[in-house]
Ligand binder design. Structure first.
Ligand code: GLC
Length: 713
């Protein structure tokens, strides 16, 4: 406990003073389980309740908590979903959220947050899409790094990158194998972890439920060879809840800690495996060392949890951060001029749809309202009751906020839950402006079966826009949605799951008090059929009989072929020449921008030296606006890389008519650590910079044209 010594020295000293079983303590999350506990899952191995020895005296209480979007407890700030945070393209905001979330976690007596999550978005049907940062590995890695860094900044709470790796669907997540090429593993699925480890040095990583290439990732050599050795991760690897399938294979391949109650890392099993020579004392000591060193290095030993959990852990500053994320994370997809609203005295603004109000509407057997799209804590799969119905008790609905804002202009607001479509159309016909809220509930435990709005949203929008030419759609979804009604509406604003401040954020954006600036971190396809995983083998994966349906009573591993390889997201649509509905990186505001004078220096390089991409951006409209200018590179054909790849971005705020020369710098460190210009050469078994000409595109989305090039000799 001598804080003047290094974390390594302190961890060594603690373990030297520990018995064998006290070392085992650190190999499980929960040290002791009451023998009277009755909620054991029947049939799970090792169900007999296990009681560990108490921890070494004076070592702290360690409490884990979910989740990426917010601390899973009442009395906290319900931040918007992570997909909204990614849509801000603002890494400082991710850091700021991490700091706020850790503050609330600690106040709630929890000092390890199981967040952030990283996904790769190979299919927008994946149930946990809203928990992640979209389809690009650089965006995922940088955001996860910034969020993790913020969580750990105050030295009281640890972060946890999850779920390592290629846990890209909920269907059969525990009984499926993600079959991936080495190149895709390196360039897509492991790259975000490599970047996040460099950027945010998280103290822990959670290995996922699924198999990768036929081996459960929590007992796969990949944990040691790729994450620990190659990426230099020196924290500890914990499992997911129930993702461990062995004592020896998992421990000896790099798993350091079993999450939740001990099943495989019990004293009996570890003692037996050691006695049988299957596991080594060295590996036991290393696992315990990694865990304890991270707890110490992360500050948990020097900042014991408060005696009591605070009832209310949220603060006005945290709520302001939540509102900022909801505002800057909303994406204006379409605007034919109806926005920003200029309501006039006597006008009527008619709102439609259950998620515009906190008044619940029963849809099927579910109450749907603004609360149920507040944050992921309520985004359980639509077919099962919300697992933890934690009310987002502080949510301010769009109805409340728009009513207050419209009153400032003397306009009135009505709300109709949209269940009776004919009545909604009649009400829309009487209004000056119609705003329809469409939603898509999703979350852990199940995938979407389509990309359509739920609750008859398409029919409601179609009826309202037929009755009122000034129809605006506000989307509260966790992933992409198809929009059969798009041509008939004037504007579309994607608010995702906007958290407890969704109402004020939506009102501010619609009335132009805040100009939208968000950009899509994932492609919105015209149709599900256009997505890259459009064969049964790719999604949902098949069984040995070729079917996608699990044979009754079978626990056969579902084989999911990642045959799209690198071509996911915008890379796929570019490579295939498929026009998306809205492209990765797309997002409008209330002015327009022009780009020109794009240049790169140097024009010829060895691929390791700093590269500067310079260009001029002009605000060509009549309102101040913020543009997230993005830079994409296309590799030489010899690299055999599909489409382009995002290499950086800069946020630029300009007054009407103002222009600015902007530089996106790819530093030597970033080029090396993020492999921005490299591709994985399976023959060389290494990263390689292909020789040849690299195209450079700069603009407001991934659809920006190539404007210049440079060569690597
Ligand atoms: C769940 C999730 C993981 C979560 C863990 C603990 O199964 O996969 O994200 O952190 O269990 O709740």
């Amino acid at each position: 406990m001598d804080a003047s010594k290094s974390a390594d020295a302190r961890a060594e000293a603690l373990l030297e003073a520990s018995t064998q079983h006290q070392k085992y303590r650190w190999l499980v999350e929960q040290p002791a389980v009451s023998p009277t506990r009755t909620d054991w899952q029947p049939g799970r191995p090792g169900e007999a309740p296990v009681v560990y020895p108490v921890q070494v005296e004076c070592t702290p209480t360690i409490v884990y908590t979910d989740g990426p979007e917010a601390v899973r407890a009442p009395g906290v700030t319900d931040f918007p979903a992570q997909i909204a945070l990614a849509s801000t393209w603002n890494l400082e905001l991710a850091y700021e959220k991490g700091v706020a979330q850790a503050d609330e976690s600690f106040a709630k007596r929890r000092n390890v947050i199981l967040a952030p999550g990283i996904g790769n978005g190979r299919t927008p049907l994946a149930g946990r899409t809203p928990e992640y940062f979209g389809e690009d590995p650089l965006v995922n890695g940088l955001f996860a790094g910034a969020h993790a860094e913020g969580i750990e900044a105050d030295g009281k709470v640890l972060s946890d990158l999850k779920h390592y790796l290629a846990n890209e669907q909920e269907l059969d997540r525990q009984t499926s194998s993600s079959n991936i090429s080495e190149r895709a593993l390196r360039e897509l699925y492991s790259l975000p972890y490599e970047i996040a480890v460099d950027e945010g040095s998280p103290e822990s990583v959670m290995c996922a439920f699924n198999q990768v290439n036929g081996v459960y990732i929590c007992e796969s050599p990949i944990m040691q060879s790729l994450l620990k050795d190659d990426h230099g991760f020196d924290g500890f690897i914990m499992s997911d809840f129930g993702s461990v399938h062995s004592t020896t294979a998992s421990l000896m391949n790099g798993l350091d800690q079993e999450l939740n109650r001990p099943i495989w890392f019990t004293p009996e099993k570890l003692d037996a495996a050691l006695a049988a020579g299957e596991i080594t004392q060295e590996r036991i000591d290393e696992a315990a060392f990694r865990v304890v060193r991270s707890y110490i290095r992360g500050g948990l030993f020097d900042n014991p949890l408060p005696a009591e959990a605070a009832v209310e852990a949220s603060t006005p500053a945290h709520e302001a951060t939540a509102k900022r994320i909801a505002e800057d994370g909303s994406v204006l997809l379409k605007n034919d001029g109806v926005l920003p609203l200029e309501a006039e005295a006597g006008q009527t603004i008619a709102l439609f749809g259950p998620t515009a109000s906190t008044t619940p509407t029963t849809v099927g057997s579910f109450p749907v309202s603004a609360v149920s799209v507040c944050s992921l804590t309520l985004q359980r799969n639509p077919t099962a009751a919300p697992r933890n119905t934690l009310p987002c008790e502080d949510v301010v609905s769009a109805e409340t906020a728009i009513t207050a804002r419209a009153a400032e202009d003397g306009a009135s607001v009505t709300w109709n839950n949209g269940q009776d479509i004919a009545a909604a159309a009649a009400q829309a016909a009487e209004a000056d402006i119609a705003i329809v809220f469409g939603y898509q509930r999703m979350g852990e435990f199940s995938d979407l079966t389509d990309l359509r709005l739920q609750g008859n949203g398409d029919a409601l929008i179609t009826a309202v826009q037929a009755a009122n030419p000034n129809t605006v759609v506000v989307l509260q979804t966790g992933s992409a949605v198809e929009m059969p009604w798009l041509d008939g509406v004037e504007a579309v604003l994607e608010n995702w799951y906007g958290g407890e401040q969704q109402g004020p954020a939506i009102a501010s954006l619609l009335f132009g008090d805040v100009a939208p600036s968000g950009k899509l971190p994932m492609t919105f396809p015209k149709s599900l059929a256009d997505t890259p995983t459009n064969t049964p083998e790719q999604y949902p994966g098949v069984f040995s009989d070729g079917s996608t349906t699990r044979p009754a009573g079978s626990n056969e591993i579902r084989q999911v072929e990642y045959s799209e390889d690198l071509a996911i997201g915008y890379k796929w649509y570019q490579e295939e020449g498929i026009e998306p509905l809205f492209a990765f990186g797309h997002g409008l505001t209330y002015t327009t921008f022009a780009y020109d004078r794009v240049q790169v220096t140097p024009k010829s390089t060895n691929g390791a030296k700093e590269i500067r991409i310079q260009f001029k951006v002009t605000n060509t409209g009549d309102r101040t606006g913020t543009e997230i200018a993005q830079a994409y590179v296309t590799l030489p054909d010899s690299a055999d890389a599909p489409g382009s790849r995002l290499v950086g971005w800069e946020s630029v705020t300009l007054e009407p008519g103002e222009h600015r020369n902007v530089t996106i710098t790819l530093s030597a460190d970033e080029l090396a650590e993020q492999h921005l210009l490299e591709h994985w050469d399976e023959g060389a078994d290494d990263w390689v910079s292909a020789k040849g000409t690299y195209g450079v595109a700069v603009g407001g989305s991934s659809e920006a044209p190539i404007a210049t090039q440079f060569t690597i000799k």
